[in-house]
Design a protein. Structure first.
Length: 134
């Protein structure tokens, strides 16, 4: 990123990436911060998506797979998992691949976190009409 990139340019670049990956779910998160911490919303968009997600070395699909794994490992991130499970579907991961990632996470994160992530996926899949899985 150029040193001369303005705050607004970073935000606009991030907004395009956020919209492409997260769609309305990302917009809802940013909008929910307007009355409590608009600066946090700005940083999520400008830094998180404008600077980090926009980097070319990982494809959006791969970034979402990594994100799902990290949110599962952290635990207690089910609202963020909802957004990123939707994003993972938006960028080409299949429901079966997402469930396989959560099954794999049980080895490293434990069953409680893998179960919580899987139930978050079940909720998202139900909302998107993707259940039952074959």
């Amino acid at each position: 990123m150029s040193e001369s990139t303005t705050r607004e340019e970073r935000y606009e670049r991030g907004r395009k990436v956020l919209d492409a990956i997260d769609g309305t779910a990302g917009t809802n998160v940013i909008d929910s911060l307007k009355d409590i911490s608009p600066e946090l919303g700005h940083q999520v968009v400008a830094w998180g998506f404008g600077d980090i997600y926009a980097r070319p070395a990982l494809a959006p699909r791969d970034r979402q797979l990594v994100t799902l794994g990290m949110l599962t490992a952290l635990g207690g991130c089910e609202p963020q998992l909802d957004v990123h499970i939707n994003a993972a579907l938006n960028v080409g991961l299949t429901p079966e691949q997402i469930i396989e990632a959560f099954l794999h996470s049980a080895v490293y994160c434990g069953f409680p976190r893998a179960l919580n992530a899987t139930f978050a996926a079940k909720k998202v899949f139900a909302e998107r009409g993707l259940l039952p899985l074959e």
